[in-house]
Ligand binder design. Sequence first.
Ligand code: G6P
Length: 448
Amino acid sequence: MKNICLNFEKALGVVSKEQILTQEATVNACMDTLHKGNGAGNDFLGWLHLPSSITDAELTEIENTANVLRSKCEVVVAIGIGGSYLGTRAVVEAMNNSFDWLHANDRKNPILLYAGHNIGEDYLYELSEVLKGKQFGIINISKSGTTTEPAIAFRILKKQLEDAVGKEEAKHRIVAITDARKGALRTLADQEGYKTFVIPDNVGGRFSVLTPVGLLPIAVAGVNIRELVAGAVAMEKATDQSVPFAENISAQYAAVRNELYKSGKKVEILCNFHPKLHYIGEWWKQLYGESEGKDGKGIYPAAVDLTTDLHSMGQWIQEGERTIFETVISVEKANHSVVVPTDEANLDGLNFLAGKHVDEVNKMAELGTQLAHVDGGVPNIKVTMPEVSPYYIGQLFYFFEKACGISGYILGVNPFNQPGVEAYKKNMFALLNKPGYEKESEAIKSRL
Ligand SMILES: O=P(O)(O)OC[C@H]1O[C@H](O)[C@H](O)[C@@H](O)[C@@H]1O
């Protein structure tokens, strides 16, 4: 098997290769802090050796539970938000057929739907409607077990499921993934007797895709979780502290993006040329946004799907404020084959493409875009993955996680907390008159 690789040649110019190479000592020191576990947020380092510590027995237990849900349910709703949702969706959207929901008659896998990642009344209404008369199950995922969005969705769907199949059967179709001891979801799951999986204390939400948080729903969707984990294990080795800077792609990526940041490139745009990777971008945004955006610092992580967004965001990227750089996820080969047909009339003038694979056209769009953006003053980092498969997505996850830990330490922040996320929650609870928020309620209402 190959490994994903990194190329930052086209990011040079604004920063020089020498400048990046001089970062080696700093990067090594940050890597050392991470591995010694003596830096900020060191109680959240469980992800560092997570891939290689997953046991066969753990994977089998996850697969067995997934099989129970797969045998009982046409639809499984994964309830969760942020790190309890994005990794799953990233893998499932990348690996499932893009028109999965239309494959109604020859399904091998239940349809995976999502809830608890918004507070949309219409979304929840439409979800409940579509579940009526369907055999469905629920995976309720919340590390803290107290997050409002998933809790509301679970309350609604739990009732619907119990009304449809009875409380006893519902228990066999609900799985909870949460803290070992704390939180409302833990209390509820223990009381109701649901099957549960534990999110380790030392793995934060955005680093949790390779725990049951991601592995269970991904397995329910029919994706091979062993390959996903194997890819992450390979990348854990490839980015280990023992691998020198010159070969260590996580260390290099962390160094390059920080040098670009220091030179005024405040926004990093993760680009894909593969529509099925959209949610990899969403997962990555949370990983870097929550890890680095604090203390008045941090690269703003944005993402675009190309070539789609070249027809909307392309102008800005090419000629807007020069504070951006791009990281492109480049996929070497497509999984299927479609060739542009010949057309005798050639009214669209496309016969010069006849006989070419669509992916060849896409590759030239990618290359053309890279050169155009570099010419326009946008440094370009390229992460190449051989194909879209669970194995290489596993590699990609770990590559970005490892780089994120190092990068956060280079930046001088605690990459493993997210204190800023509480501000909106406090205001929302105050506005909703949550018991215990009386003082805040009074204060906030006086501001309206
Ligand atoms: O898994 P949960 O505890 O429900 O948390 C879900 C998400 O929401 C929180 O507000 C955090 O900002 C995220 O880091 C977390 O992934």
